[in-house]
Write a protein of this length. Structure first.
Ligand code: C5P
Length: 312
């Protein structure tokens, strides 16, 4: 059996970061939105090889940028193990291989690893499920703060450490330029920097909520906010000039995506976004600049991580 699942990148239209909690995480008030860059995860059973105990995953391979682990530390691998462990009866299962095709920047603040975990959960659910929404969301939250959102997608408000999700009304489709850098940033490092800087949290999303209802890119652009931006910029001062360059090239505004270093610029339309992306590439400071739109999908079936194909 061969199952391929797809999951979108996310950005945070708002990211408010509260104080550090006892469990090492921060309380957040965030607004997530999918952007139509994506990864796919393919789970394929190995004929004639059954697994009595231990991980069913025998190999993991990755196509795309370097820096993605190809062992049991990969979040997609851990996702398969975590969901397989939730079966009512622990009977032997066929061994499987995993293959990830990356379209989402690595260590970029766009939930690439979390998207892979979400896609892997969908694949296992199609293979030996259904496990039900509750279990999928529970396992997703154990795997990482952004995994539940990657599973559900769309435009959602996240609280807790980001895993408590409520749908938000959004009327618009937004055109983005996603500026990617050669060197990623570690999320814990950015949060640590944030603690050092002791920046007060911004938990105000009223303006953004109204802007999303209106669906107008200028109002949404004006309401974008990221509490981690100051920390990401202090770790990577060179991002500041790229932010300015994007606006100078015609973007309405730009912001650090999540914990960075990826920058996302909101533009009037796809043509404008293409011009901004070309200008950033010409500037020579970015590894790549993609044109993308968000939310990635509005259809109930494809708005979050979803199955692309199943072959027997
Ligand atoms: O949940 P996830 O594994 O994606 O988080 C990665 C790291 O980001 C955590 O270990 C923590 O350092 C930081 N984090 C945080 N508060 C959150 C989410 C993530 O401090 N709400």
């Amino acid at each position: 059996m061969k199952i391929t699942a797809k999951a979108w990148a996310k950005t945070n239209l708002h990211l408010g970061v509260g104080p550090l909690r006892g469990d090492g995480f921060h309380d957040l008030l965030t607004v997530f939105q999918t952007i139509d860059l994506f990864d796919t995860v393919t789970l394929e059973t190995i004929e004639g090889e059954m697994v009595e105990e231990g991980s069913v995953v025998k190999r993991l391979s990755v196509t795309g940028p370097r820096g993605v682990p190809e062992d049991a530390t990969n979040l997609a691998w851990r996702a398969v193990d975590a969901l397989v462990a939730r079966r009512a009866e622990q009977t032997p299962l066929p061994a499987v291989t995993l293959h990830i095709e990356k379209g989402i920047p690595v260590a970029g603040g766009m939930a690439g690893g979390s998207a892979d975990a979400a896609a892997a959960l969908r694949a296992v659910d199609a293979w030996i499920g259904p496990f039900g929404r509750e279990t999928l969301l529970e396992v997703a939250a154990e795997l990482g703060s952004d995994v539940p959102f990657c599973l559900l997608g769309g435009t959602m408000r996240g609280t807790g450490r980001g895993e408590l999700l409520v749908d938000m009304l959004n009327r618009g489709k937004y055109h983005w330029v996603v500026a990617v850098f050669a060197k990623g940033l570690s999320t814990p490092t950015v949060f640590r920097k944030h603690d050092q800087l002791d920046w007060p949290p911004n938990f105000e999303i009223e303006e953004l909520s109204e802007a999303l209802l209106e669906g107008d890119y200028i109002s949404v652009g004006a309401a974008l906010h990221n509490d981690l931006q100051i920390s990401a910029l202090s770790l990577r001062p060179e991002l500041r000039t790229v932010l300015t360059d994007g606006v100078r090239a015609g973007a309405f505004t730009g912001i650090v995506s999540g914990s960075g270093p990826t920058l996302v610029f909101i533009c009037e339309n796809a043509t404008e976004a293409r011009d901004v992306a070309d200008a950033l590439i010409d500037g020579g400071q970015v590894l790549a600049a993609h044109v993308a739109s968000g939310p990635a999908s509005r259809s109930a079936r494809t708005r979050g991580a979803h199955i692309l194909s199943i072959e027997d």
